[in-house]
Every structure is written in structure tokens, then in C-alpha cells.
Design a binder for this molecule. Structure first.
Ligand code: GAL
Length: 374
């Protein structure tokens, strides 16, 4: 009998001890970033949060992104927006699906729609978490080009879908400086293709595809999105509750097809990184700088340097945020898409450097937050 108990105990140890250890230490598994490699969450699963962004709340970081599934169908939203949390940015805890797609086929976010690039901001006045995303209606390819918004009381959700629409119908852009004035849109005689799309879409609202949301130091929020058939970026002011557009917006880099915008502010200047427009295939990144959020936004070329820089190291920008423990250093987040099996997509997180005022992003196989201390 005793022998049997011993045997059972040994079998238990052999079978379950590795599991118990795995679980106990899973949270502390990583102490660096390895761009382009499998990145496991606390359950040992590759993180599933593509086209995402990171939001910090009281020292906890929340990573939201598109939950992808295997196969071609994975390019559509079968599940929703996945959320993870972390205190150190290396080790991520699965917080589940923050925004679920709906089984109701008449819902704007019906299962099988396209729901991309979710970004979450916290509204200090309303104490609500607000998620914006690019939405394409079920079965309609990429023709809807809408912005969608959802709200939650807690960072990890559940987010409640509010509505989706094309922003700023019947509104003209503002022209806050001489440069923008020179490019004023004239719908009785559009100067170029992009202006033509802008004028065409005025009655129903402007197209809104690849996007981000940026909250400035004064609490004002802005939605930045690829519009006009992806030819031109719009930077549009959101209402004080962050739930709608105010109608005030500018156009950026007209006709130049910028996608995947990510914004940040450093030493009083505004910076944006974006990509060109080649679908899931990588292309050169591009950066912009402005003294005011309302521009003029100056095009500065490719911030990536060194080997792989011509194609953004195989990735496409999605978000930029301030690195913890630094005064003013930023992390560049990009996606390495794998459209044939989207669930396999990898993440490229790289440190942003500034060299005599010029933004620089270079490849790094393995790095950690101490890079800025060196
Ligand atoms: C990319 C865009 C992605 C997705 C994809 C679809 O250019 O950045 O978010 O929309 O096209 O082909």
C-alpha cells in the first residue's frame, strides 16, 4: 500500500511538477524583447493582438489588438479584440476578449466583419475606456471604410459597441497655416484624385481605414486615419467624451497614400510614423514632424536605418508609446503580417532613437529597456 502511494506520488510529480512550475514562473519568463519571434503570454500561447496598441493605466500596460485565427478566414474578425496586461512590457497576461464580435448578423460588428487596428484611450473626465477601430461591414470587402467606437468601465472590458460611421460628413477641412491654405480643396474643380474622392464622400462622411487615436497633454483626443481611398491622412478632433468627431480636421500629405499611422509627442514636438500602401506586404516607413498637432506636418523620409530598413524590417507600424522608466523615450510597435495564416503574425518592437533631431529606428535581435541608460 505504502509502495503504491509512493508510486502515485512519483507519477504525480513527474507529470504535474513541470506544469506547476511553468504556471508559477510563466509570468516572469521574459526579460527582453525579441522582435519577430514567438512571444508567449502567461498561458504559453503566442500573443494574439495584431494591429494593436498599448495603453498605460496606473503603471499597468494593456495591449489591445486584433485576435486572428488560422487560415484565410483569419483576415476577418471571427472573435474580436484581444487584451493582455503587463507591468514590465515583457511578460503579458491574457485578459481575454475585450470586445467581442456579434453573433447577430445585423450588427455592424457581426462575426466575419473586418475589424482592424483597435486603439484604446482612457477619458479622465468620464472615467471610461474608449476603443476606436477601423470597421468594414460583413461581406462588403473594404468598401464601408468606417470608424467604429466601443466603451468600457474597465481596461480589460467588456467593451460595449456604440456605433460606426464615416466621420465628418459635409465638413471641409480647416486650414490653420499658409501651407494648408495653399492646398485648400475646391470641390467645383478638384485639383487631384484625392481631392476628388474627398468631394465625392462629403455627403456621407469621409472614408476611415488604417487609424490611431492620440490624446494630447491637455486631454484632447484626435483620430488619425487613412481617408480618400487611402490617398490622404485625416487628423480629426474628437469630442470631449472621445465618442464622436467634432467636425474639425486637417488633411496630411495629400495624395501620398500613408497608412498605419502612429503618433507621439516629444519635447513639445509632434511626431508621426506611418507606412506606404501595399496591403499586407511591407514597404518603407515614413515619418513626419510638426510643431502643432494642426500642422504643418513635414514629411521627413524613412526613419528606419541599416539592414532591412527599406522594408521596415518586414513590418508595418501600428503604435508608438513612451517607455517606462524613461523621461522621453519611445517604443515603436509594428506587425509582421502573415496573411495566409494570420494567427502566425509576429510583433516587432524596437526602440526609437533621435540623432541630431532625426528619428532613427534600427533592427535589434534582442533588447531591453536599459538601452536608453547606456
Ligand atoms: C494594410 C493595412 C492593414 C489591412 C491590410 C488589408 O495596408 O495596413 O491594416 O487593412 O492592408 O490588406
Amino acid at each position: 500500500m505504502l509502495l503504491n502511494l509512493k508510486k502515485v506520488f512519483t507519477i504525480f510529480l513527474v507529470l504535474f511538477l513541470p506544469l506547476i512550475f511553468h504556471h508559477a514562473f510563466a509570468q516572469q519568463r521574459y526579460n527582453n524583447f525579441k522582435p519577430g519571434k514567438i512571444w508567449e503570454d502567461n498561458k504559453g500561447k503566442h500573443i494574439n493582438a495584431h494591429g494593436g496598441g498599448v495603453t498605460e493605466i496606473d503603471g499597468v500596460y494593456y495591449w489591445y489588438g486584433e485576435h486572428k485565427v488560422a487560415g484565410n478566414i483569419g483576415n476577418t474578425a471571427q472573435v474580436g479584440v484581444h487584451c493582455y496586461s503587463s507591468k514590465d512590457l515583457y511578460n503579458w497576461k491574457d485578459e481575454g476578449i475585450a470586445l467581442k464580435v456579434s453573433d447577430d448578423l445585423s450588427s455592424d460588428i457581426a462575426k466575419g466583419c473586418i475589424l482592424e487596428r483597435p486603439k484604446v484611450v482612457f477619458n479622465k473626465r468620464t472615467k471610461k475606456f474608449v476603443m476606436w477601430f477601423h470597421l468594414e461591414l460583413l461581406g462588403k470587402g473594404y468598401e464601408a471604410a468606417r470608424a467604429g467606437v466601443a466603451i468600457a468601465d474597465r481596461a480589460s472590458g467588456p467593451f460595449l459597441f456604440a456605433r460606426s460611421y464615416r466621420p465628418n460628413p459635409n465638413k471641409l477641412p480647416v486650414y490653420p497655416n499658409a501651407e494648408s491654405q495653399k492646398q485648400a480643396v475646391n470641390c467645383s474643380s478638384p485639383a487631384n484624385k484625392s481631392d476628388g474622392f474627398f468631394c465625392r464622400d462629403m455627403p456621407g462622411g469621409q472614408m476611415a481605414r488604417d487609424m490611431t487615436v492620440y490624446v494630447d497633454d491637455d486631454g484632447k483626443a484626435y483620430h488619425i486615419f487613412s481617408s480618400e481611398e487611402n490617398f490622404t491622412l485625416h487628423l480629426a478632433e474628437l469630442s470631449d467624451d472621445y465618442l464622436s468627431h467634432t467636425g474639425k480636421f486637417i488633411r496630411i500629405y495629400i495624395g501620398q497614400q500613408t497608412e498605419a499611422p502612429a503618433l507621439f509627442k516629444k519635447d513639445g514636438k509632434y511626431y508621426m510614423v506611418g507606412s506606404g500602401c501595399t496591403g499586407w506586404a511591407p514597404n518603407p516607413a515614413r515619418w513626419f514632424v510638426a510643431d502643432s498637432i494642426w500642422g504643418p506636418w513635414k514629411y521627413m523620409g524613412n526613419p528606419c536605418i541599416g539592414e532591412g530598413s527599406a522594408l521596415t524590417f518586414g513590418g508595418q507600424s501600428t503604435h508608438i508609446f513612451k517607455a517606462p522608466g524613461t523621461k522621453n523615450q519611445f517604443i515603436f510597435m509594428a506587425d509582421q503580417w502573415t496573411p495566409k495564416n494570420p494567427i502566425d503574425g509576429k510583433y516587432l518592437w524596437l526602440p526609437i532613437d533621435f540623432n541630431e533631431g532625426k528619428m532613427e529606428i534600427s533592427w535589434n535581435d534582442r533588447w531591453d529597456l536599459s538601452v536608453w541608460k547606456k
